[in-house]
Write a protein that binds this ligand. Sequence first.
Ligand code: ADP
Ligand code: MG
Length: 285
Amino acid sequence: MTDAITVDVARLPLLLTELRLPTIAKLWPQFTERADREGWPASKLLATLAELELGARAQRRIQRHWLEARLLPGKTFDTFDFSAVPMISKPQIMALAAGDSWLDKGSNILLFGPSGCGKSHLASALGAALVENGYRVLFTRATDIVQRLQTARQNLVLEATIDKLDKYHLIVLDDLCYVRKDQAETSVLFELIAARYERRSLLITANQPFGDWTSVFPDAAMTLAAVDRLIHHAVICELNVESYRRRTATIRQRQRVTLASDTKRDSNSDTAYGVTQKEEEPSKA
Ligand code: ADP
Ligand code: MG
């Protein structure tokens, strides 16, 4: 059969473009030349080019997933200080960042804590790790997605819109408690929670405990039904620490005060270094 094929090498760039193999289209001249030079078997050349195409395809996919995820810039595990939240187990979080079984089961993560304690940073860092591991994530403010779903309901496409969100293994709903039932009819949020129950995961951050979620959902029964579904399979983390913002601001403030008093002392003494040294010397009692 192959004997019957007329091969025109000059058509190769065109054929590769037609087959949507951009990486091979770019790299074949260099690799065929190398294969000729080094006497590669044809199968090695073919396998090498196929691997390169597949690798580049995976990279492009992750790149697309990065863009669609809308994670917070710079908020990754590299910049997250676990020592600031001693109640959070780093190994547990890192295990969640690998994905796998909890995402397959559609389990949820709930992060509670006061404003500034690191909920959004941690959520974004988890999302980033999951994207790196090949999962699809959407990070959104809860108020934004409620608005989007309400528009969909008005246009009679709520179900289709929720179905489309299924492509995300994880949706982060940041600041759930900023959603207000009096501002908007928020049963759309319940629809989303119910649709994803035991199928697709949610990560919710909230600065108020469950007891106060009645301000989010239209009535107490719906609040209970939503909470029930969310916590049935869930990891719940409470970051009960003082605001990281405030803490670092306090440290900076203290540093400024120390610096200011050092400067003052410096101007009063001949050798500032001598003063510091003296202070640091253990008392020779
Ligand atoms: P929350 O969402 O709980 O209100 P954020 O995640 O927005 O808090 O954190 C507030 C600020 O403090 C952000 O700039 C965040 O990067 C930083 N931050 C909070 N916790 C930590 C932490 N443990 N390590 C590093 N930065 C942190
Ligand atoms: Mg936040």
